[in-house]
Ligand binder design. Structure first.
Ligand code: IMP
Ligand code: MG
Length: 184
């Protein structure tokens, strides 16, 4: 699919970085591996971080064959534009009791790791049997703590949009992941 002519409010698409077909193939691989890792007894709870994970989450859970339940969280990290400050807050929290559950947190993209560094200990404090992370994209895999167990793709150090990822709320609906043109 051509990315030309896709316009947001003040930026436009440069190139398709991960195509729809490539994402679909990788999502199937991730789901196969996740399905082999968990047993029905683990009472898997797949938790998507909104809004960025919504398309990835929908595609992923339809390929996971072990029985599981689904929930969402909304976390907000403060900062302006594309820079995070390190402060994270839950705007919407799960009402499901995590005690004894295998929790799989689904993220769109990990950059500095700030969101996960705050969220994983928070979820672990609720007595789950395990907390693992599956992220579609990862920008700086070598420097991360906690380390996501499943990573779809290593991402280039560019601002990416589409397949759930936004720039100022634009571009989430694109079926592929693309980079943005630099501001004029
Ligand atoms: P971290 O806390 O620095 O790891 O940032 C993770 C969050 O920042 C992601 O869940 C996204 O919401 C956002 N983010 C980081 N890089 C990008 C990007 O290239 N495009 C869109 N959102 C991004
Ligand atoms: Mg996000």
């Amino acid at each position: 699919m051509s990315a030309s002519g896709i316009e947001g409010s003040d930026r436009s698409i440069e190139t398709v970085v991960f195509s729809e077909a490539r994402i679909a193939a990788r999502v199937r691989e991730l789901a196969r591996d996740i399905s082999r890792t968990y047993a029905p007894d683990d009472r898997l709870l797949v938790v998507g971080l909104l809004k960025g994970s919504f398309i990835f989450m929908a595609d992923l859970v339809r390929e996971i064959t072990v029985p599981h339940q689904i929930d969402f969280l909304v976390a907000s990290s403060y900062g302006s534009g594309t820079v995070t400050t390190g402060e994270v807050r839950l705007l919407y929290d799960s009402a499901i009791d995590l005690t004894g559950r295998a929790v799989l947190l689904v993220e769109d993209i990990v950059d500095s790791g700030t969101t996960l560094a705050w969220l994983c200990p928070e979820l672990e404090s609720r007595g789950p049997r395990s907390v693992e992370v599956c992220t579609l994209l990862h920008k700086r895999r070598e420097t991360q703590n906690p380390e996501p167990r499943w990573v779809g793709f290593d991402a280039p150090n560019a601002f990416l949009v589409g397949y759930g990822l936004d720039h100022a709320e634009d571009f989430r609906h694109l079926p592929y992941v693309a980079s943005l043109k630099s501001p004029a």
